[in-house]
Design a protein around this ligand. Structure first.
Ligand code: HEC
Length: 110
């Protein structure tokens, strides 16, 4: 019986290590969905979200951005932390950046 506490701790460590590791497919699609909702409310005034870049929009289509070879989770993280040239400073939480990056890469077929 006196073994139980350490077993509990061991399983807790296992669970937290697992949760911190690579996300499951279900978590990935949840993140992508969150990113889609964020992009629809925060980015779609300027960016199209898959489809054709509208000629009256100066901003590139986000699916095209996601498909670019140079676009990675890291590049998006860096980009979304800084401000873009013609974009009012968007203050994004880390979780929003993660979700938006997942969505943009998914949109780009990655
Ligand atoms: C007020 C208009 C506006 C809003 C709102 C906006 N953007 Fe942009 N975005 C632009 C413009 C214009 C560009 C192209 C010029 C530049 O890179 O500064 C751009 C460029 C980008 C790029 C870089 C594309 C490349 O070539 O690497 C990314 C990524 C991006 N936007 C993501 C977002 C996301 C995500 C949001 C929502 C959180 C967002 N933008 C909201 C106007 C906007």
């Amino acid at each position: 019986m006196h073994l139980r506490p350490s077993l509990l701790i061991a399983s807790f460590i296992f669970v937290s290590a697992h949760a911190g590791g690579s996300a499951s497919a279900a978590q990935d699609s949840e993140l992508v969905n969150q990113g889609r909702l964020l992009a629809q409310s925060m980015c779609s005034d300027c960016h199209t979200l898959g489809g054709q870049t509208r000629s009256d929009h100066a901003a590139p289509d986000l699916a095209a951005v996601g498909a670019m070879r140079s676009t990675t989770t890291l590049s998006l993280r860096v980009f979304l932390r800084s401000s873009h040239a013609n974009m009012p400073n968007l203050i994004l939480e880390n979780v929003q950046i993660e979700a938006l990056s997942a969505f943009i890469l998914d949109l780009g077929g990655k």
